[in-house]
Design a protein around this ligand. Structure first.
Ligand code: CP3
Length: 345
């Protein structure tokens, strides 16, 4: 039952003695059991789109650690893939996609409602997970925010600063705006389908929000997210939404007060005491342990985990990292982190 699910309780702003725990990229290369399935699947996109395997890897960290939430195994770039981008993941290099720099590139994309045939395996993964997950575990669905997804589509790859997208925004605003609009509509449609397939909470990843300057943050981070949240909640009034405008700095307050999310996820550059004072008034806060602690471990991991738990203990908090766990993390350190959070200190 929903009332028993710690994560959903925290999202309703309940202050809990022990925060619910999950970690970004919890199903990933740091786990030997993930690497085994990844090898069996061949390429990463096939793994995302083979529902039985995607469900299996989603469940792996739940079985190993007993996290309070499972996040659908998929990727934010499946939306451009379903819109017709030629996507592949090159080991060691990250994603590669066809670029969008002209109207003719844009015109080759599919319409926002035409994505569902290709994404049907994702909805099927969610259905499998809802039937297999233990009762107390919350199932999280997700999508990339339009700006972050647009940065990859415009550049055709990840870059250190996503300059090509910034450049298109300035030099061909009509094209940039058309792309943002298409992505916003597609994301709304995608997330509605995820909720109808069983997602109990949605997270919106805006990993490149911090690179938006001045008024751009309002226009391209807050505004699309608010639209997505509003339309999703019109269809599903009780669905909680977590927003993650990574590296937003002081703009986290702006985002938390305007985007309409139930929870704001913070990166590890944010000071926990500052976040507790300035963000918990708007709802639940998630984060912000530096992923490196799961590589280095030791007393520093224990001290930092306790410090973050304490900093957020006066409001509702979901324990998580400030960004995804890295492939070189030691799986034993994840257990140390969990034991530290769940001990009675
Ligand atoms: O958190 C989870 O466990 C759920 C699954 C998930 C993945 N990617 C799986 C994945 C989620 C929520 C994402 C989000 C995602 N994907 C983001 C936003 C969060 C962030 O990290 O900033 C972004 C920007 C992407 C795009 C993406 N996917 C990149 C840049 C890369 C390559 C870098 C890398 O870590 O390899 C991916 C690949 C990817 N997505 C992997 C996983 C487990 C590794 C693929 C592999 O197994 O080879």
């Amino acid at each position: 039952m929903a009332e028993d699910k710690l994560l959903l309780r925290a999202l309703k702003r309940e202050k809990l003695p022990v925060p619910p725990i999950w970690i970004m990229r919890q199903a990933g290369r740091y786990l030997p059991e993930y690497r085994a399935i990844r090898e069996k699947a061949g390429d990463f996109i096939s793994l995302c789109l083979t529902s039985e395997l995607a469900a299996e890897v989603t469940l792996q960290p739940i079985q190993r650690y007993g996290f309070d939430a499972a996040i659908l195994f998929a990727d934010i770039l499946l939306v451009p893939y379903a819109l017709g981008s030629n996507l592949c993941f090159v080991t060691g290099e990250g994603p590669k996609l066809s670029t969008i720099t002209t109207d003719s590139d844009f015109n080759k994309l599919g319409k926002s409602d035409d994505i569902h045939d290709m994404l049907d395996p994702v909805y099927n993964t969610l259905r499998i997970l809802r039937s297999e997950l233990p009762e107390k575990i919350t199932l999280i669905g997700f999508a990339g925010a339009p700006w972050t997804v647009a940065t990859y589509m415009i550049a055709g790859k990840g870059t250190p600063d996503q300059k090509p997208a910034h450049s298109l925004m300035v030099h061909n605003k009509p094209l940039f705006d058309k792309l943002m609009k298409r992505l916003t509509k597609a994301t709304i449609s995608y997330l509605k389908m995820q909720v109808s397939a069983g997602a109990e909470c949605i997270k919106i990843f805006d990993s490149w929000a911090g690179s938006l300057r001045g008024n751009e943050f309002e226009k391209y981070a807050i505004e699309p997210c608010r639209r997505i949240v509003t339309e999703l909640k019109q269809a599903y009034p009780h669905i909680p939404v977590i927003g993650f405008p990574r590296n937003a700095g002081l703009n986290y307050v702006n985002f938390a007060s305007k985007a309409g999310v139930d929870c704001i996820a913070v990166d590890n550059a944010v000071d926990s005491d500052w976040a507790a004072r300035n963000l918990q008034v708007y709802g639940c806060v998630q984060g912000n342990l530096a992923p490196d602690h799961l590589v280095t471990g030791g007393q520093a991991l224990i001290d930092e985990t306790r410090r973050i738990k304490k900093a957020f203990s006066h409001g509702s908090h979901i324990f998580n990292l400030g960004h995804g766990i890295t492939p070189d993390a030691d799986p034993k350190n994840v257990q140390v982190m969990i034991d530290t959070i769940r001990e009675n200190v």
